[in-house]
Design a protein around this ligand. Structure first.
Ligand SMILES: *Cc1c(COP(=O)(O)O)cnc(C)c1O
Length: 376
């Protein structure tokens, strides 16, 4: 059996959780939370990072900070996880879907400008598979139209674009530490604040609408309710687990890159299968490995056969513009031909730290058998 995902443990998680428990400080915004935030701030070279309970929570904070109002529009790909859209729908805003590029499966920056209306407030590029969006044109369009850029870097911790970490380009960015990502805490995420003007309000939203973070820093003598907010911060036990993972982030990324390269080499020999395209200037974090099969009709059978052989391959995403809630809350601003085509032919292969180096070879050889047996 080769499972699709298996959470990797570095060995320090329990030590740090024990430390948190012994320190008898279990709520959020404590020592481990600060150490994780400082690790991320140093690594990314950014001013402020706030840990959250999930990337979904970080996206909801970003939507609040962007101050989107009912009827406002937010440009994003349809080929993404639902939270990218839901965070804005919760504020009454409308996701406006733009098609993806056929090479990276990322937002097609050439189609963005035509989708802008007087109600557009933000662009949300998603770095799919940890592979970078073409950020310069996106930032340029945003500047010219006075729009915010919120990077969905859920899959992208450890990836760079022209040597700069993903998550440092937009006004804000979000990360995920969900069990299926590279660096994990079960559920978990972070909000990256690259624009100083959002920092103070972000700290308030994070702490239930109070100025408790400033109180903790000794800047004010008591804390009180000053704005909207919710409880977005994770507990210290989650942060303790995460710190162990962050301290191993480089080893985890290197390990995944070695497996990714084996997949890439093995798949290069398969006729008709399209491998991930890494644009010049991008160093990805090997978050996931996918292939595009020749035809939509091949996929169900390919997945069934692989699973019958003990290889747990999966597919994603059901494009948001075609989902019931996507049709109710969103709008496609362009043709969705590339999104529909690629999402119908894509399969994800198992990739996790701790996988033996011969497993990708086994998986691809099974895939080769499956493809050879399909009618042409
Ligand atoms: C995983 C993921 C999310 C959501 O992350 P959670 O931490 O599970 O909330 C959002 N966007 C993208 C692109 C993701 O891959």
């Amino acid at each position: 059996m080769i499972p699709f995902n298996k959470p990797y443990l570095t060995g320090r998680e329990f030590t740090y959780i024990q430390e948190a428990v012994q320190a008898a400080q279990l709520a959020g915004n404590g020592r481990f939370t600060r150490r994780c935030q400082e690790w991320l701030e140093r690594r990314l070279g950014v001013k402020r990072v706030l840990l959250t309970q999930s990337c979904t929570a970080a996206l909801e904070m970003a939507a609040l900070l962007a101050d989107v109002q009912p009827g406002d529009e937010v440009i994003m790909p349809s080929f993404t996880f639902v939270s990218t859209a839901n965070a804005f729908v919760l504020r009454g805003a409308r996701p406006v879907f733009v098609d993806i590029r056929p090479d990276t499966l990322n937002l097609d920056e050439r189609l963005i400008e035509a989708a802008i209306t007087p109600r557009t407030r933000a662009i949300v590029p998603v770095h799919y598979a940890g592979i970078a969006c073409n950020m310069e044109p996106i930032l340029d369009i945003a500047r010219r139209h006075d729009l915010l850029v919120i990077e969905d870097a859920a899959q992208a911790l450890g990836s760079t674009w022209h040597a700069r970490p993903l998550g440092t380009f937009g006004h804000m960015a979000v990360l995920s530490f969900h069990e299926t990502k590279n660096v994990i805490s079960g559920e978990g995420g972070a909000l990256i604040l690259n624009d100083d003007r959002f920092i103070e309000r972000a700290e308030i939203l994070w702490e239930k609408g109070t100025n408790r973070t400033r109180f903790f820093r000794g800047e004010i003598s008591k804390y009180t309710w000053v704005d909207l907010g919710s409880s977005y911060l994770p507990s210290e036990m989650t942060a303790a687990f995460l710190l162990a993972q962050l301290e191993h982030a480089d080893a985890i990324t290197d390990g995944r890159r070695a497996l990714w390269r084996t997949y890439d080499r093995q798949c290069a020999a398969l006729p008709f299968v399209r491998r991930p395209v890494v644009p010049e200037g991008c160093t990805p974090n090997a978050h996931l490995f996918y292939v595009l099969l020749p035809r939509e009709a091949d996929r169900a059978e390919a997945l069934a056969t692989l699973n019958a052989r003990g290889i747990n391959a999966v597919f994603h995403y059901v494009p948001l513009h075609s989902a019931p809630a996507g049709q109710r809350f969103g709008r496609a601003a362009t043709s969705m031909d590339v999104t529909d085509d690629c999402s119908s032919r894509l399969i994800r292969l198992p990739l996790w730290m701790g996988m033996s180096s011969d497993m990708p070879v086994t998986v691809v050889s099974a895939l080769q058998d499956v493809l050879a047996a399909l009618p042409r």
